[in-house]
Ligand binder design. Structure first.
Ligand SMILES: [Zn+2]
Length: 492
């Protein structure tokens, strides 16, 4: 790998710093990302998280790594509250809708896959389910009990956080201290079997009405919220792997508990690098179904949500998300989406000029240095907004080349063209598919109208010529007269 390819720095939530990335095994990278709980339609904030990690996966592959990307499906349900006393979300939905829990799981897994496919995210290498790994989870609970850090009460097993914290640091990822957590917690006054409010469930006893249940050495029950990720990451990536990712909201307690479970079981911290994607807000406020400040991916694609002025393609929405760094909060609004859509069109129009650029015997621009700026952006903690800004510099260059104000050799044009395609389509995961499909017939129809207008002008019938131009404009299509004839664009 050249210098540009081997200087990837990633912000590690564990150290709070950007660190030079080195894979544990040469050319191989193992990455685990916490997937969705499939009890309702995937929401747009989750899509942002998975698009962020899709960017990570795509760039690592672009750098030449062989990547095993594991993203789980939580289909065993997990508890409504962190306190471990709530109801299993999948069971609750099944009971309310009078359907089988696996029907809930199937319905929303399909929705999840369809939505992420619309956003052009690549499927993970392995997508394991919690229900498919109950045996592995029970084995981990046994191991943690054997190591003295789990205890059973009335058919449930809990993790002993205080005992763990006497030799390790519970809070190492989120920067919390157990003493502060204890200080800030009200006592449970005998409502729970737990020795301490900070203890979390490894295995929960199933009450008679609980639908999803499995036999275990402690009686019928179901796994605790955090256990499946430890079971599946260990099984498919080993006791220690390169990157563990998820949404910012999972840092505590979920990821903290995963670290504690792995340390308790293997005396090893599971991942070298922890990455957390920030949240998506709507019109400056947190998205929540309960307040109505919420938008579903489908409402974005068909424009049916009242906060939107129009429909936005998944491609434009993906571009909008990638214009923010994954660690920044991103605020979605109709105006911001429209601005992103305009920018995206400008980028695509620039790319479309690449094949027909004039070439010269000499290059007036150092094209390698130009392309290095793409790598520099992505090597700086996957900085997609800076990459996009560099691609707009490329669009400027393309226009200068077209006007003959800068020159490139044929070999340099090809090099630039290949790099732009790799970064726009392979790395950013944008696609021209919709545009190509939609515009074929529009192109043909408009070329007929443009010819008629040319004829009218040649016959000095300016009223007909103007009428064609004005009526098209009223429908949002703008004709542009240039040196090489008339072209059209959308005037929105
Ligand atoms: Zn997880």
């Amino acid at each position: 790998m050249s210098d540009a390819l081997s200087s990837l720095h990633i912000f590690n939530s564990l150290s709070g710093k950007k660190e030079l990335f080195r894979a544990i095994e040469d050319n191989h990278v193992g990455i685990y990302v916490c997937g969705p709980t499939v009890y309702s339609n995937v929401h747009l904030g989750n899509c942002r998280t998975f698009i962020s990690f899709d960017l990570v996966y795509r760039y690592l592959r672009h750098l030449g790594y062989s990547v095993r990307y594991v993203r789980n499906i939580t289909d065993a349900g997990h508890l409504e509250h962190d306190a471990d006393d709530g109801e299993d979300r999948i069971s609750k939905k099944a009971r309310l809708e009078r359907i089988e829990p696996m029907e809930v799981v199937q319905r929303y897994t399909v929705d999840f896959h369809q939505t992420l496919a619309a956003f052009n995210t690549l499927p993970p290498s392995i997508e394991p389910t919690a229900t498919g790994h109950i045996i592995e989870q029970i084995e981990i609970v046994k191991g943690i009990i054997a190591n003295g850090l789990g205890y059973e009460v009335n058919g449930s097993v809990y993790f002993d956080v205080q005992k763990y914290n006497s030799t390790k640091h519970y809070g190492v990822l989120s920067g919390r201290k157990l003493e502060d957590m204890i200080h800030n917690t009200r006592s449970l006054s005998g409502q729970s079997d737990k020795r301490s409010p900070q203890d979390f469930a490894l295995w929960k006893k199933a009450e008679p009405q609980h639908i999803m249940r499995w036999p275990s050495p402690w009686g019928d029950g179901f796994p605790g919220w955090h256990l499946e990720c430890t079971a599946m990451s260990t099984k498919y990536l080993g006791e220690q792997f390169d990157i563990h990712g998820g949404g910012m909201d999972l840092k505590f307690p979920h990821h903290e508990c995963e670290i504690a479970q792995c340390e308790a079981l293997n005396q090893k911290s599971p991942a070298n690098t922890w990455m957390h994607a920030n949240m998506l807000t709507l019109n400056g406020k947190k998205m929540a179904k309960s307040t109505g400040n919420n938008i579903l991916p489908n409402e974005l694609f068909n424009g049916s949500n009242p906060v939107l002025s129009k429909a936005f393609s998944p491609d434009a929405a993906r571009f909008f998300m990638l214009q923010a760094h994954y660690r920044s909060i991103l605020d979605l609004s109709s105006d911001a989406l429209e601005a992103a859509e305009k920018g995206y069109k400008r980028l695509i129009q620039g790319i479309e000029l690449l094949p027909d650029l004039p070439t010269s015997n000499e290059s007036s621009v150092d094209i390698n240095a130009h392309i290095d700026t793409y790598y520099a952006a992505m090597n700086d903690d996957f900085n997609s907004p800076v990459l996009i800004a560099q691609l707009f510099e490329t669009v400027k260059l393309v226009h200068l080349l077209k006007k003959g104000e800068e020159t490139l050799t044929a070999a340099d044009v090809e090099k630039l063209s290949n790099s732009v395609h790799e970064f726009v389509f392979d790395v950013l995961g944008l696609t021209l598919a919709t545009k190509e499909k939609d515009n074929t017939y529009l192109d043909k129809a408009l070329s007929v109208l443009i010819d008629l207008r040319e004829q009218a002008r040649a016959n000095k019938d300016f009223s007909t010529a103007d009428r064609i131009r004005d009526e098209l404009l009223a429908k949002g299509i703008q004709l542009k007269d240039g040196k090489d004839g008339t072209t059209y664009g959308l005037s929105t």
